[in-house]
Design a protein around this ligand. Structure first.
Ligand SMILES: Nc1ncnc2c1ncn2[C@@H]1O[C@H](COP(=O)(O)OP(=O)(O)OP(=O)(O)O)[C@@H](O)[C@H]1O
Ligand SMILES: [Mg+2]
Length: 468
């Protein structure tokens, strides 16, 4: 394409240049010839009128050889009266240039002709220029002075120009070809490298990265590719991590159940109350297992975008009251105070079951990670175009390093303690997903030792009968 563009532009340039040069050469030649012949015709006119044949032929021969051409004098009838070559005396010449001076009244006329071999003027060469100029005497037009000159020289210089242009074109083409090859190599090298990288990635190597080099667009492409590859690798790692965590979490209750079951099976003389206790433990493990599987299922459902939303008009304040009512017995066991602080209703359009789970999980965490006699407060309210839900406790708190991870799946700050309380580390990641489904955000503020405050902010979506 590069070559094509260069070729076309060069051809256009070369043809206009040759046109320009040739028309320049022609104009130059016409001016020269016409000037010389017109001047000569004024010299010749008195000689021709006075019929001084010798002087005339002398002047014409000398001037003809000086000008490098043939000079002829044609009378008013078109007959040759003098010829510096001395061959065409008396011959009638029907040349357009002569006729245009004789019949059309032109002062001078010029033209180039390709002569056929039979032409009477062929001695001057096959390509000739005719320059005719009127000879005027005292009684008016006497005849025409015709100058016949070869134009081979001019044509040779024109073809010289053309040949030169062709040589330049050939050189430019060769240079352009090399430049095109070189440039296309440079331009396509990063693309080929990137293609190879993508192919390797397609074969499963997610750790491979593209080299950032080349033009700014290529660098941008490579950087975007690398960012995407990093994201895929992270996703792959977290999926692997998730699977291994999930297997581990499922394995623990299974192992416990197996030990309990074997005890019951192989000790037939076990006292009834011990056996009962073992069975209760097994039941507890099964509940735990069911809980984990349910959590995992709802997470994968949300991940795959299959979670359905059942939008309805809700009052967040009464939902907080309901959560408190549900968890009150649990709080009372550990002498904790659990209450809703805000009184006014907070209308919101959302999915009831999902928001109930959000409140339940957050409050359940607050109870779990707060010591006996602690205080847990729930708040709800409206803030501009959004509503918020807050669960605050004065429990163990979370260090800033852990705050960055608690929303990750299976992440628990204190593994041993969480296990004791039955935690799997899925609660907050489910909360986060549920909040995201509502287009909201989940944030935490916490000071280790003083307590934590989880805030859910949800955008309002035009609930019916807004109370504002
Ligand atoms: N209110 C809180 N105070 C202090 N730490 C908390 C609080 N809420 C959560 N955490 C910490 O964050 C971790 C993750 O919480 P998350 O709810 O995801 O898991 P979990 O409560 O351990 O288990 P699950 O909720 O799945 O039964 C918890 O293990 C705990 O260490
Ligand atoms: Mg939890």
């Amino acid at each position: 394409m590069f070559l094509g563009i260069i070729g076309v532009s060069f051809a256009v340039m070369a043809s206009s240049l040759t046109d320009y040069v040739s028309s320049y050469l022609y104009r130059q030649r016409i001016r020269q010839d016409s000037l010389a012949v017109e001047r000569l015709s004024t010299t010749v006119a008195p000689l021709f009128q006075s019929a001084s044949h010798d002087a005339l032929s002398e002047t014409l021969s000398v001037s003809g050889s000086e000008m490098g051409g043939r000079l002829l004098v044609v009378d008013g009838d078109g007959k040759v009266q003098f010829d510096s070559f001395g061959r065409l005396m008396g011959v009638r010449l029907q040349l357009p240039e002569v006729l245009s001076v004789l019949l059309e009244g032109e002062v001078s006329s010029w033209g180039i002709h390709h002569l056929d071999p039979n032409s009477p003027l062929t001695d001057s060469g096959s390509m000739v220029a005719y320059c005719a100029s009127r000879i005027t005497g005292t009684q008016g037009l006497l005849g025409v002075l015709l100058y016949v000159s070869p134009v081979t020289e001019m044509l040779t210089s024109l073809s010289g120009v053309q040949q030169h242009l062709f040589r330049v074109f050939a050189i430019i083409t060769a240079v352009a070809l090399l430049a095109a090859l070189f440039l296309s190599r440079i331009l396509t090298r990063p693309i080929s490298a990137l293609t190879r990288t993508i192919q390797k990635m397609g074969q499963g190597d997610l750790s491979i990265r593209a080299r950032v080099s080349g033009s700014s667009e290529m660098r941008h492409l490579a950087e975007s590719y690398n960012a995407m590859a990093q994201e895929l690798e992270n996703l792959d790692n977290s999926r692997n991590q998730f699977v291994s965590n999930a297997s581990h979490e499922l394995k623990t209750p299974m192992t416990t159940m197996k030990i309990l079951l074997e005890n019951v099976m192989y000790e037939p003389d076990m006292p009834l109350n011990v056996r009962q206790e073992f069975l209760q433990d097994m039941n507890h493990e099964i509940d735990r297992l069911t809980g984990i599987v349910t959590d995992l299922l709802s997470l994968t459902q949300m991940d795959s975008g299959r979670a359905e939303m059942h939008w309805e008009n809700l009052d967040l304040q009464s939902m907080c009251m309901e959560t408190v009512r549900l968890l009150k017995p649990k709080a009372l066991q550990r002498l904790q105070t659990l209450r809703v602080e805000t009184r006014s209703s907070v209308p919101f359009r959302g999915d009831r079951a999902k928001l109930e789970q959000v409140l339940y999980n957050l409050t359940d965490n607050a109870l779990k990670y707060t010591g006996d006699g602690g205080h847990i407060r729930l708040r709800s309210g409206t803030r501009g175009d959004s509503v918020y839900l807050q669960v605050q406790d004065d429990g163990v708190g979370i260090s800033p390093e852990d705050q960055a991870h608690i929303f990750e799946r299976f992440y628990r700050v204190d593994k041993a303690r969480s296990r004791e309380t039955g935690g799997t580390g899925l609660g907050l990641s489910i909360v986060r997903q549920l909040v995201l489904l509502h287009g909201g955000t989940l944030t935490v503020e916490s000071v280790p030792g003083s307590g934590s405050c989880f805030t859910v902010t949800l955008p309002r979506r035009g609930e019916e009968g807004k109370s504002e």
